[in-house]
Design a protein around this ligand. Sequence first.
Ligand code: GAP
Length: 545
Amino acid sequence: MQMEQLVALCKRRGFLFQSSEIYGGLNGFWDYGPLGVELKRNVREAWWRDMVTSQDELDVPPGAPSTYEMTGLDCTIIMHPQVWKCSGHYDMFHDFMVDCRESNKRYRYDQVAGRWVEYDGSRVFVTSYQSGDEGAADVQQKALKFFKLRAKHKERLQWDGPMTPLPEIEDTSQVLAPDAKQLGTLTEPREFNLMFKTTIGALGGEQDTAFLRPETAQGIFVNFKNVVDSTRVKIPFGVAQIGKSFRNEITPRNFTFRSREFEQMEIEFFCRPDTSPQWYTYWRDRRYQWYVDLGLAGDRLRLRDHDAAELSHYSCGTADIEYAFPFLAEGEFGELEGVAHRGDFDLRSHMEGKLVREHEPDGPFVVELNEEGQPKYRGSGKDLSYFDDQTRETYVPHVIEPSAGADRAALAFLCEAYQEDEQPDEKGKLKKRVFLKFHPRLAPIKVAVFPLVRKDGMPEVAREIYGELKPHVSAFYDEKGAVGRRYRRQDEIGTPFCITVDGQTLQDGTVTLRNRDTLDQWRVKKEDCLAELQERLSGASEYPQ
Ligand code: GAP
């Protein structure tokens, strides 16, 4: 599948629109249309149900070290600015970027890559801002243009070495920036904090500056004590939150994959320090399996453990759940979710102040001091340790954090669902059929109801069935156009079942049920439609629940 086909389908059928499109759009912001909002709601609801509400605290789930409890929170987007100072985001949540003095464009430093090329005595590092094969092809084109050569003379270019990231090039005076005509137009790399700033209140002084949260996780940490004190949860337990996060990404790209406003589904799982390695393994495997169960099976999904160099400033172990999105080059994967062992870093930071490693990279965490030897950013000073009333021990819990993106998950499910086959039309001619093979739990509409024709009392019966289904499942009624075309419209948006009222219905009270994937058709009594659908939607299909 080409990404363009999916993007076009998403727009045409109302899954996703560019934000503020009639004003030319806003880069990095996306609106979910009538079908997209249902898809994303289904992703969120599947996650909340599977992770939170259906968690049985009396039984040990397969692979878990013990029983555990789950609960939820819904915190504000704007939090006390000190939260971001103690979490490390204020100082460390940045990307390096370079500006081009000629084109006035800004690039993420680590995403510019190029190749050395020689012609006529000049040696130039020609760059591109595209990745993979596209980037390599772009560099070829740019080199020809720079040296004013025609494509047929491309052999005259002497290439030296493979594509190389810009940060590996020491002297940038011979670098041709991705959109420049002259050499050496890039600035030195500069840090760029990814947090969106805003101002609280009408006066708007520097002291009123606040930030839109770049992750939902911190709301959970700062409420740890509130949750423990207001409920009867005991360690081990997890707190889940779904909500919007904001990052002023330098280069939002690849549809919704890297947006500036997006939704996260995060769990902070609190446990005894000595059990945290087992809980880390449990959550890593459990979260991977969640995607498999919802249809991302196969070699496009993978679980990848980080090596030490990749670990975040707080992490003792992290794995990414990744998907081979079709916009990536062959063999490349994009992150869907990170599962991180965060130790006691976050709770301790909010107690004591901003933490740093004493001896990089693996020394113990200590409070960072300023030049006067005082804590650089003081924490809340509140005691966020946990008292275990069974063992009479007090400790700062360790945390395992499975952190998923709802938009990336929805995008992966869309990519995976996209299928094409050939089916005969009404005249028996083979025609391409596009269908979205969503897991029934994720499908925006579960069933469409049609009268075969708009006469002979069929619409009345079909409307009656639709009215009976609608309170229980998301249903759609359509009586316009040829029935074959109506089927294809439902296939294209991933509706797993269609019910058709036809001549036989009027005689024996049965209707046709049709399966989107197999195209099987069978008859059921019209009063049995709901029970039949519920059974098939809840697991008696090829999809496990
Ligand atoms: N609390 C940890 C944390 O936020 P992260 O890896 O930065 O970790 C977690 O983000 C998940 O949020 C990612 O795996 C991804 O699914 C999603 N995400 C992060 N940045 C995103 C962006 N710019 N656009 C869409 N989703 C994003």
